[in-house]
Ligand binder design. Structure first.
Ligand code: DOR
Ligand code: ZN
Length: 345
């Protein structure tokens, strides 16, 4: 049995850092593990311009504890009104690395999202021309569509037509949850990739109802059935560079999760690489973790690979019931009150 694993320092290609006190509470967990992260722009109000992204980036760097090196890779929130000139500005900025498409109403803070991609033709054409990636929350919002089918329907009715219209557009289908997502990305053009979360590799939808309703396992896209989890795991360990690590760690206070209408999001940053090691180990594929976690995302984004290393040891680690978050509101981490199988040195 392998007792330790050393790999080039990983990056997180999909992360929610929030802002202000929440940002300060969660940032150290990511910055200890990951060299860089693609930072989601779904703040209130959303990060829609390069100027707002610059300010948000400054707040992230100011919140970084002394001694930790970490580079936030900023994204802009695509809206019906995003101008092509904003794409030019993002491309020229050197610190904005992508635009994020939230279909309006699909998830947390997506109200300002896109109502119809027809409104974004000019921005999308410029992104395609300049090679600026579009990061996609791939779910339709039609309440008539079964919540477990929303990713598959999005692929058929939105993503496939989008790539027909913009065949060279760089796209990351974020946090894929289905065999449909795996198949689509695998068979699409080379500049189409996907991130996969640790929680979607480790859990199927039974985890939402294990012994009672489990709000801390509720995220969007929602967990799917076991066949889909296996498809994700096979994609992650396949060595295909189109699939790479994106935690989608998404903190929400305990009060807003444990509620009659709980928020979507799992907080996994406290074990951001350890949970992936567990999933890969269970599949007998620890040797595939480094490509998925440390190489393929950097290659996709055209950024240099990291050169320093981290070491994970096979040690049982207890996860606290709660972590400090906001005054009067705690954060319930993934695996709260349970254990992790790996520890990062
Ligand atoms: O579970 C989720 N939480 N999915 C998302 O798409 C957004 C995220 C959040 O911001 O909380
Ligand atoms: Zn997300």
């Amino acid at each position: 049995m392998q007792l330790s694993l050393t790999l080039i320092r990983p990056d997180d290609w999909h992360l929610h850092l929030r802002d202000d006190a929440a940002l300060a509470a969660v940032l150290p967990d990511t910055a200890r593990r990951f060299a860089r992260a693609i930072v989601m722009p779904n703040l209130k109000p959303p990060v829609t311009t390069v100027a707002l992204a610059a300010q948000y980036r400054d707040r992230i760097l100011a919140a970084l504890p002394a001694g930790l090196r970490f580079t936030p890779l900023m994204t802009l929130y695509l809206t019906d009104n995003t101008a092509a000139a904003e794409v030019d500005a993002a491309h020229a900025s050197g610190f904005v690395h992508a635009f994020k498409l939230y279909p309006a109403g699909a998830t947390t803070n997506s109200d300002a999202g896109v109502t119809d991609l027809k409104n974004c033709v000019a921005a999308l054409a410029r992104m395609e021309k300049l090679g600026v990636p579009l990061l996609v929350h791939g779910e339709v919002t039609d309440p008539a569509v079964d919540v477990f089918d929303r990713e598959a329907v999005f692929i058929d009715t939105v993503l496939a037509p989008l790539l027909r219209d913009f065949p060279a557009l760089k796209v990351v289908l974020e946090h894929i949850t289905t065999q449909n997502g795996v198949d689509f990305v695998r068979d699409a053009a080379t500049q189409v990739a996907a991130t996969i979360t640790a929680h979607h590799l480790l859990l199927n939808r039974n985890a939402l109802f294990a012994g009672g309703i489990r709000p801390h396992h509720y995220c969007l896209p929602v967990l799917k059935r076991e066949t889909h989890r296996r498809a994700l795991l096979n994609a992650a360990i396949s060595g295909n560079p189109k699939f790479f690590l994106g935690t989608d760690s998404a903190p929400h206070g305990q009060r807003t999760k444990e509620s009659a209408c709980g928020c979507a999001g799992c907080y996994t940053a406290h074990a951001g690489i350890e949970l992936y090691a567990e999933a890969f180990d269970a599949a007998g594929a620890l040797d595939r973790l480094e490509g998925f976690a440390s190489f393929f995302g950097a290659d996709f984004y055209g950024l240099p690979r990291n050169t320093d290393r981290i070491t994970l040891r096979r040690v049982t680690v207890a996860v606290p019931d709660t972590l400090d978050y906001l005054p009067g509101d705690m954060l319930v981490p993934f695996r709260a009150g349970e254990t992790l199988a790996w520890r990062m040195e």
